[in-house]
Design a protein around this ligand. Structure first.
Ligand code: SF4
Length: 486
């Protein structure tokens, strides 16, 4: 066990989520207001990525795009949307997991090839991207970005002589890893999900138009009706002939990302056949089964852990309190305070309620601890506000292994539990006690068992459903380029 723990967070780290999600995608076919509905869909999916947002729209002849860095509400104005005319659109919100956060890497990614346009929005990470990119470059491909997503477009272009459908099938056969994808041409909307189904993708309908979205909360906002999930390994092609479903690959055991239930997905969404809110509350019930504590109140640090905290309080018959209040109106940029204003980062966004915390023994429920730095500063804040004991319960097991499938902890160094025992983490964060939900508890919460489950558990167990030889990291292509020029 090492003592060289991660240094404490700076005040400004509190404006950044401790881990961010890995993109939201949306597509709609045959709607006169396709761009506007895509805008609303992206609005609902904003939690999955806040770095950039974009829409590609087609009227059957012309294809237009607009994308920029920033939140959906910052990127699109009424006038911008009015100019995006067409009946077919795809949209994307991004948090970068391969390739830096640059406009060149914003999605949807749109290319013109032959007499056709190809647009794509991708959620997930391809684990054989570096190998495929080298192969394609050796064949003369010129890449415009450092995103793994661009590889799919190149593969499609390379295989077009077999026909568009076959080109799609062949391209998705070559890529490995996690992908939920929306694509478009001038007159087709395509949805595809990798054979393990790591990331969610659902299909809905509104006024006779088909809709694809990462999560059902995007369907709800535009009053679309949920039809079904796009199945793992399925490609759906939607055009003037309706919807065609292709299932060209041998079926494999599903590996739905279980962390979507714990943290990523919105609680009002249904993913992988279950409601996220209900699942999170169940995780809280299971925490109460595993760990009984003598305390005065149960609280989350909003909004992380809200629903597991509700579940714990209910099962333990303890008061649920909001011991910290979130300021929902904090912008992303602001004038820096003076050095003397310590903990400014914490207070501007999350302010403790002294009257709730003073002299109380607190159970704090969190959804996860990734680097540990944010938790440490949060605990300091609660102690200063007068909490006498602080016990932390985490609604999943320790994250000991990196995720190569599109989550922003792709190396072990980013995970405190990869190198420290639970006791060392407790000590570092400054807690009176720390308990993580067991793996069996997490699976029970997701209505499965160790013997029979459809989930990826790799960041907890180190058993990876799709093997990867290369070190997949966010900047792998940039690093390769730098190495070539060194
Ligand atoms: S490794 Fe963890 S975060 Fe990554 S897909 Fe699997 S369960 Fe999800």
């Amino acid at each position: 066990m090492t003592d060289s723990l991660t240094p404490p967070a700076t005040a400004f780290d509190h404006f950044r989520p401790t881990r961010r999600e890995e993109c939201g995608i949306f597509g709609i076919y045959n709607h006169p207001d396709a761009a506007k509905l895509t805008y609303f869909g992206l609005y609902a999916l904003q939690h999955r990525g806040q770095e950039s947002a974009g829409i590609v729209v087609s009227d059957g002849r012309q294809v237009r795009e607009y994308k920029h860095m920033g939140l959906v509400c910052e990127v699109f104005q009424e006038q911008t949307l009015k100019a995006l005319t067409g009946h077919l659109a795809i949209g994307h919100v991004r948090y970068s997991t391969t390739g830096s956060s640059l406009l060149a890497n914003a999605q949807p990614f749109l290319v013109h090839h032959g007499n056709e346009y190809y647009g794509i929005g991708h959620n997930g990470n391809l684990v054989n991207a570096a190998k495929l990119r080298r192969e394609l470059e050796a064949q003369g491909a010129i890449f415009q970005s450092t995103m793994d997503t661009e590889i799919i477009v190149h593969l499609v272009a390379h295989n077009l002589k077999k026909g568009f459908e076959e080109a799609l099938i062949e391209s998705f056969r070559r890529v490995q890893g996690a992908y939920s994808v929306v694509m478009c041409t001038r007159d087709k909307l395509i949805g595809a999900r990798d054979p393990h189904g790591f990331r969610p993708l659902c299909l809905g309908t509104v006024n006779g138009s088909y809709v694809l979205a990462s999560e059902t909360c995007a369907l709800d906002l535009i009053e679309a009706e949920y039809i079904r999930d796009v199945e793992p390994g399925e490609i759906v092609i939607i055009d003037e002939h309706g919807l065609r479903s292709l299932k060209p690959y041998p079926s494999v055991r599903p590996a739905y990302c279980i962390f979507e239930f714990v943290y990523f997905a919105r609680p009002d969404s249904n993913i992988f056949g279950q409601n996220v809110y209900v699942c999170r509350k169940r995780l809280g019930h299971l925490l109460a089964k595993e760990r009984t504590l003598d305390a005065d109140l149960v609280m989350p640090f909003p909004d992380s852990g809200n629903y597991a905290a509700l579940g714990y309080a209910e099962a333990a018959d303890l008061p649920f309190e909001m011991g910290v209040i979130r300021n929902h109106y904090v912008g992303r940029t602001f004038i820096q305070p003076s050095q003397a204003m310590r903990d400014f980062g914490v207070r501007v966004k999350l302010n403790p309620v002294r009257e709730v915390l003073q002299g109380r023994r607190v159970i704090l429920v969190e959804d996860s601890i990734i680097r540990g730095t944010t938790s440490r500063t949060r605990i300091e804040t609660l102690r200063k506000a007068g909490a006498t004991e602080i016990h932390m319960l985490v609604s999943c097991p320790p994250h000991r292994f990196p995720c190569p499938y599109g989550i922003d902890f792709s190396t072990k160094g980013e995970l405190i539990a990869a190198s420290h025992s639970v006791e060392a983490i407790r000590d570092y964060i400054g807690l009176d006690s720390l308990h993580y939900l067991s793996l069996d508890g997490l699976l029970e919460g997701a209505q499965a068992t160790r013997e029979d489950h459809p989930f990826c558990l790799a960041c907890y167990t180190g058993c990876y459903p799709v093997t990867f030889e290369e070190q997949v990291s966010k900047h792998c292509f940039e690093k390769e380029m730098l190495a070539e020029h060194a």
